[in-house]
Design a protein around this ligand. Structure first.
Ligand SMILES: [Zn+2]
Ligand SMILES: [Zn+2]
Length: 335
């Protein structure tokens, strides 16, 4: 039994529970257990044999029972029941994705904005996972509370990146930005700045409850911008706590597909944006994807292996996910 498969089952349970306000504590417990397993990759079969699954950090009696069922049968009756209840039963057109083929994360934060670790610590975290690249994408100036980066600070950051790069030779650092999509669909940094960065993730953070027609215009503009590589967490929702933006998803996804702009599956359990249903719609619209942790600390890189279930259930094969490509085929970094 692969620890990552178990982490994905617990993560999906956490996600489904999170849709119900009353289950939010249980949801968090499942997500936390999934995270712990994705990070530590314990030998589940031997823990199961000795009835000591509760030795895993974050795994109490209840979660141990679910885990035990999964380890023994490769299935979780609890997950299957939740899927039925939420009308999301298993489908026969899900894809196969192996985290061992994942090449690198392109959305991460450092203490240049709201990350809790230095660039070196993040780069070393990526290196420990065997990633071949890491996109460092701190926030743009509009997010003043997190000290977003303007052109001047990006230049200073690039100097630090050159120094850090010397210390983590196996990981290629990509300098990027998570640029805010403004209310009118413009971006929070001038084109001349965006143009020189390796990775540009355009994300909606504020005014998510804009009226749908205006929100559609806003997102269409971002999804056709020549310097944007990725639309970050495209709805901005936080399941169970904040409803996301509502707009003509199909029109925006088609626009992104037309311009070769990828959509992000943000694996942070508090976000899990898109959703299996919306990811499937985007897939059918012809979009490419990136699957990112949106990590604010090295331990959060483990959000990716635990959340890959969403891409699987959406039927997205690895050819459509840019993170499964080696650096020289990562088109965003060379555009
Ligand atoms: Zn963001
Ligand atoms: Zn982010």
């Amino acid at each position: 039994m692969d620890a990552i498969a178990a982490a994905q089952a617990l993560s999906e349970i956490g996600y489904l529970l999170r849709q119900n306000e009353k289950e939010r504590f249980r949801a968090k417990a499942f997500s936390a257990a999934a995270w712990s397993i994705a990070m530590q990759r314990p030998d589940l079969e031997s823990l199961q044999r000795t009835e000591s699954l509760t030795q895993i950090e974050g795994v109490g009696e209840g979660i141990a029972r679910v885990l035990s069922d999964f380890v023994q049968t490769g299935q979780s009756r609890y997950l299957n029941r939740l899927r039925e209840e939420m009308q999301q039963p298993a489908r026969d057109d899900e894809s196969e994705l192996d985290f061992n083929d994942y090449q690198g994360d392109v959305h991460s934060h450092t203490n240049w904005s709201d990350g809790r670790a230095t660039m070196l610590e993040m780069a070393q975290g990526a290196q420990a996972l065997g990633y071949s690249y890491l996109g460092v994408t701190d926030h743009s100036p509009r997010i003043t509370v997190v000290h977003g980066l303007n052109a001047e600070r990006l230049v200073a950051q690039s100097r630090e990146m050159a120094e850090v790069q010397k210390q983590v030779e196996s990981v290629t650092l990509l300098q990027g930005i998570e640029v805010d999509i403004l209310e009118d669909g413009g971006l929070d940094l001038p084109d001349a700045v965006l143009e020189i960065l390796d990775v540009v993730i355009a994300s909606p953070h504020v005014k998510l409850r804009q009226e749908a027609a205006a929100m559609t215009e806003r997102m269409l503009r971002a999804a056709s911008h020549p310097h944007v590589d990725v639309i970050g967490h495209p709805t901005g929702r936080r399941p169970g706590s904040r409803e996301g933006a509502s707009y003509d998803f199909e029109a925006v996804f088609k626009e992104a597909a037309k311009h070769g702009i990828a959509l992000e599956l943000d694996c942070d359990p508090a976000r899990m944006d898109l959703s299996p249903e919306m990811a499937r719609l985007a897939y059918e619209c012809g979009c490419n994807f990136v699957v990112d942790a949106d990590a604010h600390a090295p331990a959060e890189f483990a959000y990716v292996p635990m959340a890959l279930w969403m891409a699987r259930r959406a039927g997205i094969e690895k050819e459509r996910i840019l993170n499964f490509r080696p650096l020289d085929e990562l088109t965003m970094a060379t555009q």
